[in-house]
Ligand binder design. Structure first.
Ligand code: PEP
Length: 247
């Protein structure tokens, strides 16, 4: 089953009007491969502005979070229904910074995922273990637990892209090796297969954690690495090299 290569850029809470304009312009002027799907996730205040300035047909925009309610007295939260209403197609959910800093539980992330999908959004669902969990040999167990919470409430995975992001690799410069990523992605796919059958073959599994213009090519030829979720390097011109890393 051919899965389209996918590169996501998570800007986190970074950037200004000027710096995001230059990232979008850099993408607009690049000759991007037509067979790579690209999704950029600017901070919420710049979301619609970035979407309006994007001229690349293969580039779409994602929110970095949304809530599991359509509207109401939830000050500061982002409505999936409002994102859809304004033409934002994607949302990142379950990022480790949301899980750790904002104490989002597996169940809340699962509920948000279901609500976002039901609202017509596509979801980049992040999973991954901390350094302590890795040292304790619990990498696959943690990924399965985080996925199981979503499997309990979602049966159609056609609008979900999974991002395996080991927490110890995020922003540290210590990327997982391509072999290790492949092995864990395979375990994740096998686990999904037992739950959702052949659908699992078409679910894209991205690797995230210190991916750069330099190391992206190392992951070529790894069958279950279907792309990347990129943090820091998505703010730099090397993001284009990552998008082109399969050429
Ligand atoms: C991320 O935050 O999703 C991420 C992968 O960050 P970085 O690429 O900077 O490690």
């Amino acid at each position: 089953m051919a899965r389209q290569f996918f590169v996501g850029g998570n800007f986190k809470m970074n950037g200004s009007k000027d710096s995001i304009q230059s990232i979008v312009q850099n993408l607009n002027s690049a000759s991007l491969p037509s067979n790579v799907q690209v999704v950029i996730a600017p901070p919420a205040p710049y979301l619609f502005w970035a979407a309006e300035h994007n001229k690349q047909p293969t580039v779409e925009v994602a929110a970095q979070n949304c809530y599991d309610k359509a509207s109401g007295a939830y000050t500061g939260e982002v409505s999936a229904v409002a994102l859809k209403d304004l033409g934002i197609p994607w949302v990142i959910l379950g990022h480790s910074e949301r899980r750790i800093i904002f104490k989002e539980s597996d169940e809340l992330i699962a509920s948000k995922t279901k609500f976002a999908l039901d609202s017509g959004l596509k979801v980049i669902l992040c999973i991954g273990e901390t350094l302590e969990e890795k040292k304790a040999g619990k990498t696959v167990e943690v990924c399965k637990r985080q996925l199981q919470a979503v499997l309990d409430v979602v049966s159609d995975w056609s609008n979900i892209v999974i991002a395996y992001e080991p927490v110890w690799a995020i922003g540290t410069g210590l990327a997982a090796t391509a072999d290790d990523a492949q092995e864990i992605h395979k375990d994740i796919r096998n686990f999904l297969s037992t739950a959702i059958g052949s659908q699992a073959e078409s679910v894209r599994i991205l690797y995230g954690g210190s991916v750069s213009g330099k190391n992206a090519k190392d992951f070529r030829g790894k069958d279950d690495v279907d792309g990347f979720l990129v943090g820091g390097a998505s703010l730099k011109p090397e993001f284009v090299d990552i998008i082109k890393s399969r050429e």
